[in-house]
Ligand binder design. Structure first.
Ligand SMILES: NC(=O)C1=CN([C@@H]2O[C@H](COP(=O)(O)OP(=O)(O)OC[C@H]3O[C@@H](n4cnc5c(N)ncnc54)[C@H](OP(=O)(O)O)[C@@H]3O)[C@@H](O)[C@H]2O)C=CC1
Ligand SMILES: O=C(O)[C@@H]1CCC=N1
Length: 264
């Protein structure tokens, strides 16, 4: 086995989809665990990887282990697998708030520790993942780890102090963008557009706008001004959004998410 996932739900499945699509590891090189028989059956059916309900089997089978359970179960899982861990293992935490120092302390061994902050667009190979490591991870080992995150989208190596910010602007923000898309589509529907068509317009417009930021290198405000014709329609919407505190609402939402990550 090349990699094991303790927990195989939304996030692990999205990452594994990218790993398999890019051929980083084959299905028989990936082992995952679930808590329930139903979850295990789902993992087997949807991913075709090796599955188990035994977390120690994950650690005994793979030297790279991703902790893909919810944060509140991290301590229980690390306690459960403590005796199977060795200093040859690399553990990868993907939960907000579970720091490198905390992970090493709970693992109880001086081993290689990595943190990912991925997001669900990894499922379609368009993820944005923040990565940080403890100082036991060599440059060559980091290069191998980045092949994993690059397989499901873009990666940025950041200092650990930015992981809560990355959690907000990367990990959490797909939810906020989905809310934006939903609201855009509702407005189009209110103007008479069929809902399915409204979702297509809203989703492609968000995708295209994001591509313009990423590929033109122009400031988002400059790109916004390009759309706002004098005395036109767009600027009326800008006025309404500013009046409704749109930017402040987004700012406060991401700040709340980042601050919650610091408390987990
Ligand atoms: N969802 C997201 O967008 C992101 C999530 N994350 C982080 O990823 C982690 C997982 O989140 P997510 O995938 O959304 O959660 P899910 O609830 O979708 O998946 C959790 C998985 O953990 C399994 N599980 C629970 N307890 C155990 C256990 N004791 N042993 C083995 N497996 C267990 C569950 O099994 P079963 O299937 O049987 O119930 C399930 O497969 C969290 O720490 C989250 O903070 C990080 C970035 C983004
Ligand atoms: O909501 C959460 O806690 C997880 C981490 C980032 C996205 N989802």
């Amino acid at each position: 086995m090349k990699i094991g996932f303790i927990g195989c739900g939304n996030m692990a499945s999205a990452m594994i989809g990218g790993i398999l699509r890019q051929g980083i590891f084959s299905k028989d090189e990936i082992i995952v665990s679930n808590l329930t028989d139903e979850g295990r059956a789902r993992s087997e059916k949807t991913l075709g990887v090796v599955t188990t309900l035994n977390n120690n089997e994950i650690v005994r089978s793979a030297k790279t282990v991703v902790l893909a359970v919810k944060p509140q179960f991290y301590e229980k899982v690390l306690t459960e697998v403590h005796d199977s861990l060795t200093t040859e293992h690399t553990i990868i935490g993907i939960a907000p708030g579970k720091t490198l120092a905390w992970l090493e302390e709970k693992a109880g061994l001086p081993l290689k520790v990595v943190r990912f902050m991925p997001n669900t667009p990894a499922q379609v190979g368009a993820g944005m993942t923040a990565v940080c490591t403890n100082d036991r991870v060599s440059e060559d080992e980091l290069a191998e780890i980045l092949k994993i995150t690059d397989s499901f989208g873009c990666t940025e190596v950041v200092p650990e102090r930015l992981m809560d910010a990355a959690g907000a602007v990367g990990g959490c923000s797909p939810a906020y963008v989905f809310m934006f898309i939903e609201a855009m589509a509702d407005a189009a529907v209110s103007q008479g557009m069929p809902r399915k068509q409204a979702y297509k317009f809203a989703s492609q417009t968000v995708l295209g706008s994001a591509k313009m930021v990423l590929e033109t290198g122009r400031h988002p405000g400059d790109l916004k001004d390009m759309v706002c014709s004098p005395a036109g329609t767009t600027i009326e919407g800008v006025r309404t959004l500013e009046k409704s505190g749109f930017r402040s609402a987004v700012f406060e939402a991401l700040t709340a998410a980042a601050e919650k990550g610091k408390k987990l």
